[in-house]
Design a protein around this ligand. Structure first.
Ligand code: GSH
Length: 414
């Protein structure tokens, strides 16, 4: 007996207008000759249809080979758009004009805690796709704080929240997603909830945790990198490296005031925009700033001159993701970073500083954005890695050493 569903699949009903020109179901014309094609042979076992073929059969049955009628398309479009808006409002809170407005960090490190953190009760929670967490990994590596501040690497779960992987024996300083080494919990939300009084806010990375008091120290990346730079020198392998020297503090702040809204958060303002106007404004500010910074870097090795500073670390973590995710997924499409000669060489210069490349995990970055930000990429298809962002390309010469009057590339004791 023929499977009823396979009958449905191979024999869509023929509209009366077309019936005259259609041959009998079991015969098809081939260049004037008629060839007999058996519909079913006895030694074939009928198989249930694949879900995708079932969907295409139903589509064919209802509408034939053409697209569904306009009414259906516009109904689905309206429903999808409303669902998209609901999902975006959860993913990316927006202002009245549809512009992305990033919620402020809830736990800031004040000056006192920055200067007095000499203990090694600290534990850092990060996620590899996150550019804000990436800042903390770079400064931790440059200062040689790996032993003083152990790290747990969370991975994004399917709903976008941070989860730990149950991997045994991942006790060393591996920068791969693994278990929660400080509290042995399953999710970052559970870690936040350990704090006295509980917590009902966003469970974001980076998170600096006090292991002894079981309290959040800070969840603002810039405060954490300032603390790592100057607040833990008694525990650091590279205490002499200062990424925010007093003489450059003013310049660093000036650069941060430009780069944070227009570039670091600017790419998110493009990708999370919920109106054309909000996107147009964000993309203009982003590329105007990149043009200006590219010009500046034609004359200076780093943003503040000869020395690498915290401002460079903050810019780098956005640049290294630019062609890999922001250009495509966040619609930062006016130019690719590779089209900016100075910015690209500057990015390679920083990438080649010892220990920095190890903090860049492109597989995790691509998965974290393309597979998790569902409203931006509902099919979850991860595109191919751009060849200009491959490790080998990032290791090519940058010829920027000669731009420093003194050799100020940080000396890292590995
Ligand atoms: N202001 C924070 C931003 C941190 C942040 O937004 N982290 C994102 C990952 S890139 C996160 O953990 N999001 C999870 C959530 O919002 O639930 C910082 O700079 O540290």
């Amino acid at each position: 007996m023929q499977c009823p569903t396979s009958l449905l699949i191979s024999n869509p009903p023929i509209p009366p207008s077309a019936k005259r020109s259609v041959h009998s179901n079991s015969e098809q014309p081939i260049r004037g000759r008629r060839r007999f094609i058996p519909r079913f042979s006895l030694n074939q076992t009928p198989q249930p249809p694949e879900p995708s073929s079932l969907i295409s059969s139903i589509t064919k049955l209802l509408w034939g080979p053409s697209l569904p009628p306009g009414l259906l398309i516009s109904t689905v479009r309206t429903a999808w758009h409303s669902t998209w808006r609901i999902m975006m409002s959860q993913l990316a809170p927006s202002d009245a004009s549809g512009g992305y407005s990033r919620p402020p960090s809830r736990f800031r490190a004040n000056q006192f805690s920055r200067q007095n953190s000499t203990s090694s009760n600290l534990h850092l929670y990060v996620g590899l796709p996150c550019p804000w967490a990436h800042r903390t990994l770079i400064v931790r590596a440059l200062k040689g704080l790996e032993e003083a501040v152990p790290v747990s690497v969370a991975a994004p779960g399917t709903d976008g929240s941070w989860e730990f992987k149950d991997i045994r024996g991942a006790d060393g300083d591996t920068l791969d997603p693994g278990p929660d080494k400080a509290n042995g919990l399953r999710t970052l939300k559970e870690v936040y909830n350990l704090k006295k009084g509980g917590y009902d806010g966003r469970s974001t990375v980076p998170l600096l945790w006090n292991v002894e008091s079981k309290e959040v120290v800070c969840n603002e990346s810039y405060d954490i990198i300032e603390l790592f730079n100057s607040g833990l020198n008694g525990l650091a392998r590279n205490p002499g490296l200062d990424l925010s020297p007093p003489s450059l503090k003013g310049k660093i702040e000036e650069w941060n005031r430009i780069i944070y809204p227009n570039v670091n958060n600017g790419v998110y303002r493009c990708g999370f925009a919920q109106s054309q106007e909000a996107y147009d404004a964000a993309v203009k500010e982003l590329f105007n700033t990149l043009d200006m910074v590219d010009d500046h870097l034609g004359g200076f090795r780093y943003l503040c001159g000869d020395e690498l500073t915290l401002a460079d670390v903050c810019l780098f973590t956005t640049l290294i993701r630019f062609d890999v995710v922001y250009n495509g997924l966040f619609k930062c499409t006016k130019k690719k970073l590779i089209e900016y000669p100075n910015l690209h060489a500057y990015m390679r210069d920083i990438y080649q500083i010892p220990n920095v490349a190890e903090t860049c995990n492109f597989g995790a970055i691509m998965d974290g954005y393309y597979k998790i930000l569902f409203p931006l990429n509902p099919g979850s298809i991860r595109p191919v890695m751009p060849s200009a962002s491959e490790h080998q390309v990032l290791c090519t010469t940058h010829n920027r050493d000669s731009m420093s009057s003194r050799s100020k590339c940080p000396e890292i004791f590995v």
